[in-house]
Design a binder for this molecule. Structure first.
Ligand code: NAP
Length: 331
């Protein structure tokens, strides 16, 4: 039985983590909920029991825990994840703070398994998670040469602040989180701009795709766009395979892939949509068609709930994966 803590339990992802934990069979004996000073003292009901959210401090990070689900931003993670690790806990971190460090595993359980001896494990970027789930079976069957992403990302990807900007924008109130109104708009700007003109979100999709798929030579590019959708990110994936394939073969490979649902019946206007993937665990793919402008190249439209598969669910699945690996190693 594990001693489990959720850091950022009052946030959008932290609250989803509690919802996911509620319906999973992870054996834990203690649950501790942390936030910043601001929300400390908040009451949260989980499985009929009331928990008082505590402020995360260095002293708290020295207490004995087995697993930490960390979802409180990069700065908080940089400060506290190493303290939890030193105290013997395994940290599953939702922020980008450690993702690209060489000795840190970046895990999507349908795709890869932890290898490192470090006990901070990174949960990838939300749009990357939902994209590598369908790309992995294609890589295994046909090989991958190049991936070009265009994303259409929901405001809940920016946490409570993103939700507030959309709701306030509808009432004519100026945004405080985004640099421009998100209501009735599309912002080709997620995270900060780098010197090369790409955003950090775009760079994360490029770097994390290569790392998770273990394909350092893969050519990847991305344009990331925030759209006025509450939940679920959509990604237009343009993929060039290493070997020829038909649309039917791709559809069959994806239909058999873990965590993927194919919705691809355009005659009946059936394709993945954000409103259908919201509150669902799976990644939805459709609009699978050949891109005649390049050899062996295909378009795939992909949607998933950014708070679930893009964040909370993937983190809890990592916990389940570690539980299975560690239980097996004790047999
Ligand atoms: P959010 O709704 O703004 O919630 C942030 C949470 O972090 C709150 O519980 C907040 O507590 C807590 N927090 C802030 N500073 C803290 C500190 N110093 N010590 C302890 N807790 C602190 O944000 P979110 O969307 O849940 O995102 C949380 C993390 O997940 C971020 O790293 C984000 O990049 C990542 N992520 C989000 C998504 C998504 O789709 N939203 C997807 C993937 C990854 P208070 O209530 O006290 O402020």
């Amino acid at each position: 039985m594990y001693r489990l803590a959720v850091v950022g339990a009052t946030g959008l992802v932290g609250s989803k983590m509690l919802e996911v934990l509620d319906r999973k069979n992870i054996p834990f004996s203690e649950l501790t909920l942390f936030s910043s000073k601001k929300s400390a003292g908040t009451e949260v009901v989980f499985k009929g029991q009331t928990y008082i959210v505590r402020e995360l401090t260095a002293a708290a990070a020295a207490e004995p825990f087995d697993y930490i689900l960390m979802s409180a931003g990069g700065g908080t993670s940089l400060k506290f994840s190493p303290l939890f690790e030193q105290s013997g806990a395994t940290v599953i971190d939702n922020s980008s703070a450690f993702r690209m460090e060489e000795d840190i595993d970046l895990i999507v359980p349908e795709v890869n398994r932890p290898q490192s001896s470090r006990t901070i494990i990174a949960n990838p970027n939300c749009s990357t998670i939902q994209s590598v789930v369908p790309l992995k079976p294609l890589a295994d069957r046909f090989g991958l040469e190049r991936v070009s992403y265009t994303t259409y990302q929901a405001v809940s990807g920016s946490g409570i602040a993103g939700r507030n900007d959309l709701a306030n924008g509808e009432k004519g109130i100026a945004p405080t989180n985004y640099p421009h109104p998100i209501y009735n708009n599309a912002l080709p700007h997620i995270d900060v701009f780098q010197d090369d003109g790409y955003t950090k979100e775009e760079q994360k999709m490029v770097d994390e795709t290569k790392k998770i798929l273990q394909l350092p030579e893969l050519k990847v590019t991305a344009t990331c766009v925030r759209v006025p959708v509450q939940d679920s990110h959509s990604v237009a994936i343009n993929v060039t395979l290493s070997t020829p394939a038909t649309v039917e073969e791709i559809r069959d490979v994806l239909a058999a892939a873990p965590g993927v649902v194919v919705v691809d019946d355009v005659k009946n206007n059936a394709y993945p949509m954000a409103i259908h993937s919201t509150d669902r665990d799976e990644v939805f793919v459709g609009r699978i068609r050949s891109d005649e402008s390049l050899p062996n190249t295909f378009h795939i439209w992909c949607t998933a709930d950014n708070l679930l598969k893009g964040a909370a669910l993937n983190a809890v699945q990592i916990l389940e994966q570690l539980h299975t690996i560690r239980s097996e190693s004790h047999v």
